[in-house]
Design a protein around this ligand. Structure first.
Ligand SMILES: [Zn+2]
Length: 539
């Protein structure tokens, strides 16, 4: 009896408390100044989409709602629940593409980044190949004053750090110099860099021995960064270069991304089974190794990489001094000849000029053609003379047709390969740049997914979205998930494709109609908008 009364009392007490709470809640809810009953629940809803979520799962039909720059809901959503409706009409809705291998240090001069936006790219990782800004904090904070159309992350480049401390000296750093470099990497990581990059083919990165890179990578690793490398050699020495990259990550205990994975020696064409095997072996040992790739059989880099690295030490003036000495010049020429021969090319017909400032008429033509016309002689000797002359005049941007299509395909099929352009922000119509900066993602979707069926659509998109986000630690991007940033791309899988060619690179892709960055439309019905919703992405 007593017990029962107590129970009654308890229930009564609970009921009273609940009533008070609910009265309080309803009081808040009906507060007239804070809630507009007619306000739409979402800022934007994309209806009738076939959603490819970025994880590799098969597409599904859904509407996607966006609120406050984030994906708020996925499912059946009434159009009247949103301030703006975009009817996808059955097109593919994917997470915005994340391009982890770019060179966009100059992006603030072209904040619309149109060549990337039109490929469906919404986030860029810059600072690759050892070359970055040295003040990462300033680079990333600038987004607030000078807004961009896309999101921006950066690595800190070993070459840039080395140059800042010891210029272009061809020697090991002193302990004090190494300390200074470590301090610069430390600061960059604190400022939000996503990792350390190297360009061990370029001056001055090429002068670093493995232990120097290990020391700097260790600093980046302490902050959870990745080691992204343009390896010492992508030609005849590619196997040893992969081993070095893996050794660095293994010694330090950090994830490794091998940039623009390729084989650029004709003699080694077809050996991707060996080179990919090294990566897959390392992964079996528990090392986090990934690679990235652009979907072309030509690379693009500077002309001076054709000269031996010792010949370029100390900068252009030093290089010119060496070339003025007949004996040294003879050694340089001999090394260029033997290197060419070892890589299996009979001359420099594979080397096309992309951007030569002193004479724009060279753009789009090969060294072989230019040398033949300028020197009325064919053969390797006049071509080398031509290269040296152009190097002495300040160098050139080049496109090198040195890869094999079967290798490109074998690389693309690996589950840990990401799609990345290796491009900068393009100025429409300027020079004859590599077409990848206009077409890379669209080319994968058009050629390798639709025409060749090398990849499924879902897997190709995974390689452009969640895999890059996971690898570079971009936490809330790369997937269509509730709560994730609303970076989205809408395209027609039947018409998406690249149009940019080596002969006519300045052509935007087809089939990509809408691009959203943090919920704002930067491309609508194939037209660029004035929106600049990009943010800095920090590790
Ligand atoms: Zn590179």
């Amino acid at each position: 009896m007593k017990v029962r009364i107590q129970t009654h009392n308890l229930v009564a007490c609970l009921v009273a408390v609940l009533a008070a709470v609910s009265a309080f809640i309803s009081l808040i809810n009906i507060h007239p100044q804070t809630v507009d009953a007619n306000a739409p629940a979402y800022d934007l809803v994309i209806t009738n989409a076939r959603v490819v979520d970025g994880a590799g799962n098969p597409w599904f039909r859904a509407d996607v709602a966006v609120k406050d720059r984030r994906i708020a809901r996925i499912g059946r959503i009434q159009p009247n629940e949103a301030g703006k409706v975009v009817d996808a009409r059955g097109q593919i809705l994917a997470p915005g593409f994340i391009d982890v291998h770019t060179h966009v240090e100059s992006i603030y001069r072209q904040p619309e980044a149109e060549n990337f936006v039109r490929m469906g790219v919404t986030s860029l990782v810059s600072g690759n190949c050892g070359s970055s800004v040295t003040d990462v904090g300033q680079f990333l904070t600038r987004v607030k004053e000078q807004p961009l159309a896309v999101n921006l992350a950066t690595l800190v480049g070993h070459g840039s750090v080395r140059r800042a401390v010891m210029n272009e000296e061809m020697r090991a750093p002193t302990p004090e110099e190494l300390q200074k470099m470590e301090a610069l990497v430390e600061q960059a990581m604190k400022d939000g860099a996503v990792g350390l990059s190297t360009g061990l083919i370029y001056v001055p990165g090429t002068y670093a021995k493995t232990d120097e890179v290990v020391a700097l990578a260790r600093v980046a690793a302490r902050h959870g960064g990745i080691y992204a490398t343009h390896m010492r050699d992508e030609g005849n020495g590619v196997v040893e270069a992969i081993r070095e990259s893996i050794r660095i990550g293994e010694e330090v205990g950090m994830p490794i991304d091998i940039s623009h994975f390729k084989i650029s020696s004709k003699k080694l064409w077809g050996q991707t089974s060996t080179t990919l095997g090294l990566v897959s072996e390392a992964r079996k040992r528990g090392l986090s190794v990934t690679i990235d790739q652009y979907a072309y059989t030509a690379s693009s880099t500077s002309l001076d990489t054709l000269l031996p690295d010792w010949a370029r030490a100390g900068g252009l003036d030093e290089g010119k001094k060496r070339l003025a000495d007949p004996a040294t010049r003879g050694r340089i020429v001999a090394e260029m000849k033997s290197g060419l021969k070892r890589s299996g090319f009979k001359d420099y017909a594979y080397a096309m000029v992309a951007d030569y400032k002193p004479n724009a008429a060279f753009n789009g033509r090969s060294i072989a053609e230019i040398a033949k016309q300028a020197r009325s002689k064919s053969g390797v000797d006049p071509q080398i003379e031509q290269i040296i002359e152009m190097y002495q005049s300040g160098g050139a941007g080049m496109v090198y047709h040195k890869m094999n299509e079967d290798d490109v395909r074998r690389i693309m099929r690996e589950p840990w390969t990401m799609i990345a352009s290796d491009s900068g922000v393009r100025r429409f119509g300027e020079g004859a740049p590599h077409p990848r900066g206009y077409g890379n993602n669209a080319r994968v979707l058009g050629v390798y997914v639709r025409e060749l069926r090398l990849l499924t659509l879902e897997d190709a998109i995974r390689k452009m979205t969640s895999l890059p986000a996971q690898t570079f630690g971009l936490r809330d991007r790369g997937l269509i998930r509730e709560g994730f940033a609303a970076d989205l791309v809408l395209f027609d899988e039947n018409t998406v494709g690249d149009r940019a060619t080596f002969a006519q690179p300045h052509q935007y892709p087809t089939g990509i109609s809408h691009v959203f960055v943090n919920g704002a439309e930067v491309l609508t019905d194939g037209q660029m908008t004035a929106a600049r919703p990009g943010v800095a992405l920090r590790r």
